[in-house]
Design a binder for this molecule. Structure first.
Ligand SMILES: [Cu+2]
Length: 367
């Protein structure tokens, strides 16, 4: 079934809380209906009325976290989510004479179906089987060496933001890696800040939107203060390939953190690495309820020149956000474009006193 629906009509049909139902129908996955999908049948007589189609926020049902766990993704970099034995297959550190590190990565492109809302599957192109790809993290001055293997069905490449010579740019026609091919990218981590990487094969918007992107954090040589750190990649999916997104999220899974709030420590510094990799829509945004945060655009300065409760980012833009939760309880965060929020880009922080065992660690990142 291929329904000729735009995302506007999808919104009218689905309404708040029935996103999964609407998109399932749209993407033709009849065999994967979310359990207990809420049809808009409502004893108050709102049945079928789009504006009141459901009174709950978020998707119905849960995605499987066997292959990709959004909560783990928030706090994983350099494959820290893998057991040590397995991790060394994908990431190795070698000290260099000047005190910096050579950081080596195994990154491969592979086609994989991913679940972006309960029962909604998207035929993604991925780095290492996940969208967003693994977060890479280094300290300014480290050497990055990436062994890139294309196991996908189309030519792909790796293009990093940051200083590097043109032969390491991954953007020119002769830098595309054919299926089955490989290439070694090597460059210095410079400058410190919050960057990104993505495939740079053409058509670029298709290769990006299919899921070939990730965050690249470069820490300053003197690290930022200890904090609870979270990686959030704003992204979206065009499930019917009409050049418009139907599902929006932070870290791929629509409304995931409405049901599984992001736990944050009360009274301690929280640092969010926010990257916008939404394709098709020029602008995305992050809005936090009940609080303000410092904004470090591109993370290339240790001084913040902006304090706000909403930050707007163009495609490929990113910012480091810092805040401290004053009050315990749930705090909503979402795109301030209401349509994006309703289509999945919405979640909750849950602020609570840090467990005693965690006191003093400050979730100190291993860099
Ligand atoms: Cu590609």
């Amino acid at each position: 079934m291929k329904a000729p629906l735009s995302r506007r009509s999808l919104l009218q049909i689905a309404g708040l809380g029935t996103l999964a139902t609407g998109v399932s129908a749209l993407s033709g996955r009849s065999g994967a209906a979310p359990t207990g999908a809420a049809a808009p049948a409502d004893p108050t007589g709102h049945a079928g009325h789009a504006g009141h189609a459901a009174h709950a926020m978020g998707a119905v049902g849960r995605v499987s976290t066997d292959r990709f766990d959004p909560t783990r993704f928030l706090r994983s970099w350099n494959f820290s989510d893998l057991p040590e034995g397995e991790r060394s297959r994908f990431y190795r550190e070698t000290p260099r004479p000047d005190g910096s590190l050579l950081r080596e990565y195994e990154i491969y492109a592979v086609d994989r179906e991913i679940e972006i809302a309960p029962g909604v599957y998207f035929p993604a192109w991925t780095f290492n089987g996940q969208v967003p790809g693994p977060t890479l993290r280094a300290t300014e001055g480290d050497r990055i060496r990436i062994h890139f293997l294309n196991q996908g069905s189309h030519p792909h490449s790796l293009h990093f933001h940051g200083w590097h010579p043109p032969e390491m740019d991954g953007s020119m026609p002769d830098q595309q890696v054919e299926p089955g091919g490989s290439f070694v990218f090597e460059f210095d981590a410079d400058p410190f800040g919050l960057h990104l990487y993505h495939c740079h094969a053409v058509p670029l918007k298709r290769h990006l939107h299919k899921g070939l992107y990730g965050a690249f954090i470069v820490d300053p040589k003197t690290p930022r203060p200890p904090a609870e750190e979270l990686v959030m990649v704003m992204n979206a999916f065009d499930t019917n390939f009409d050049g418009d997104n139907e599902v929006y999220a932070v870290n791929s899974v629509a409304h995931y953190h409405m049901a599984e709030p992001v736990a944050v420590p009360l009274g301690k510094l929280v640092r969010i690495y926010l990257v916008n990799l939404t394709e098709f829509d020029p602008i995305n945004s992050f809005h936090l309820h009940g609080m303000f945060f410092k904004v470090y655009r591109t993370g290339t300065s240790l001084e913040s020149h902006e304090v706000g409760d909403t930050v707007m980012l163009c495609q490929g833009e990113r910012a480091i956000l810092e805040t401290t939760f004053r009050y315990p309880g749930p705090f909503m965060f979402h795109a301030h474009q209401s349509e994006f929020a309703e289509l999945g880009w919405m979640g909750l922080f849950q602020a609570a006193p840090a467990a005693p065992a965690e006191e003093g660690t400050g979730e100190a990142h291993e860099a």
